[in-house]
Ligand binder design. Structure first.
Ligand SMILES: [Zn+2]
Length: 55
C-alpha cells in the first residue's frame, strides 16, 4: 500500500516559504491531508472538495 503523506506537511517540511507560494509546487488533483490540515482546509473553503478523510 502506498503511504499517504499530507501534502501540507510535506510542503512545510520540504519547501521554503517562497516555494510554498509557487503554484508549480502545488500538488494537482485530490491530495491527502492529515486531520490538522484537513480541518484547516475545511474552514478555508467549505465545498464539494472538502471530503472527510478516512483514517
Ligand atoms: Zn498536515
Amino acid at each position: 500500500m502506498k503511504k499517504l503523506v499530507c501534502v501540507d506537511c510535506w510542503r512545510r517540511d520540504n519547501l521554503t516559504f517562497k516555494q510554498r507560494l509557487d503554484p508549480a509546487y502545488v500538488t494537482p488533483g485530490p491530495a491527502h491531508r492529515c486531520a490538522l490540515h484537513g480541518a484547516i482546509r475545511d474552514e478555508l473553503r467549505k465545498g464539494p472538495e472538502s471530503t472527510p478523510q478516512a483514517a
